[in-house]
Design a protein around this ligand. Structure first.
Ligand code: HMG
Ligand code: MG
Length: 308
């Protein structure tokens, strides 16, 4: 696909408040989570994964999801979502007023066991009543497939396994399937092959790219996915994050970097990059670390040169 044929409108799913913060060891105050989301809204972000209704014994950082969602409240034109591993999580998400929920499976057996304590098949069985109930309640369900371009325990993952789990989730009623390069080992050619395997079963419009940036390939993978026709990307502001069950993995591709790439390609995201940078500065300062976004760092350096 040439650049003239890339999807013109890009949906950015900001996962920083969940994927970004879930891995923080020190508890991030609820007020910081809420302020981060407010700033993301101010930047025009309309899809925000704000919480995870998972076991607080497994992921203590996400224990305050209900309070975060309650205090933010629902907004016209904005979809707040949360991860739910089972019916208990779904009920909590419905109670908290989520617009959307996400179930999360894996293409790797070992990762599935480590992350949600069951096999891939068991997870799919467990998701069936969750998807059914959510849809009955008028809440859309997204599906994740982790380890689509490599597993921290099993290494290479066959694209056909990814396609099979993706097809299952789609047939069960997930409106969108997010393809997670959980450990960030993917490269553009592998990403394209994996997406091609999935599009044999699921329309490309129902696929999302979820690239972690461990090996620095995430924006290259976003570009490869765009060329395959994918128009939805998950990213986290400032590139924060990692997965507690994926040793060595770093954060998602930075939202600033995806937005900059898309805008430079003439694609529309609806996100204001300057306001997004402010949200990134806020969370980097709160976490007492520098931004992982190359674009944010370059823009800050340019700004500093101009004022000196
Ligand atoms: P388990 O221990 O097998 O489940 O965990 P259980 O049913 O035996 O429950 C154990 C305890 O957890 C019980 O409490 C339950 O009530 C409670 P106790 O009786 O001991 O006091 N519990 C819950 N509490 C709150 N909310 C719930 C819930 N469910 C049970 N929903 C379970 C199984 C799935 C619950 C657990 O493994 C879990 O919560 N895992 C979540 C792990 C997680 O959040 N991982 C990170 C997200 S995935 C990711 O980051 C990848 C992604 O970004 C994409 C990518 O990058 O690839 C999405
Ligand atoms: Mg992730």
């Amino acid at each position: 696909m040439s650049d003239q044929q890339l999807p013109p409108n890009i949906k950015i799913v900001e996962v920083g408040p969940r994927d970004g913060l879930q891995n923080e060891v020190a508890f991030v105050p609820t007020s910081t989570k809420i302020e981060l989301i407010r700033r993301l809204l101010n930047a025009g972000v309309t899809h925000i994964e704000a919480a995870a209704f998972v076991s607080p014994k497994w992921v203590p950082q996400m224990a305050d999801g209900a309070q975060v969602l309650r205090e933010i409240g629902r907004r016209d034109g904005v979809s707040f979502s949360a991860l739910v591993p089972n019916l208990k999580g779904l009920d909590a998400a419905l109670e908290a007023g989520c617009d959307e929920v996400a179930v999360f499976a894996a293409a790797s057996e070992t990762f599935s066991q480590r992350n949600i304590n069951c096999s891939i098949v068991e997870s799919i069985d467990r998701f069936a009543p969750v998807i059914e109930k959510a849809r009955r309640e008028g809440v859309r369900v997204r599906g994740y497939v982790s380890c689509v371009l490599g597993c921290p325990f099993e290494g290479e993952i066959d694209p056909l396994r990814v396609a099979s789990v993706t097809a299952h989730l789609y047939r069960m009623g997930c409106y969108e399937i997010s393809l997670g390069d959980t450990i960030g080992t993917g490269t553009p050619l592998k990403a394209r092959r994996m997406i091609e395997a999935c599009t044999k079963h699921v329309p490309v419009s129902a696929l999302a790219g979820h690239f972690h940036d461990t090996w620095g390939m995430a924006t290259a993978n976003v570009y490869a996915a765009l060329q395959s026709g994918v128009a939805t990307f998950d990213s986290s502001v400032s590139g924060i994050g990692g997965c507690p069950y994926s040793p060595g993995a770093t954060g998602n591709v930075a939202t600033e970097d995806v937005v900059y790439l898309c805008h430079e390609l003439g694609l529309h995201t609806g996100v204001d990059l300057s306001a997004l940078m402010e949200a990134g500065e806020f969370i980097s300062t709160s976490l007492m670390r520098s931004s992982s976004s190359r674009v944010a760092r370059a823009m800050a350096a340019r700004h500093a040169r101009r004022v000196s």
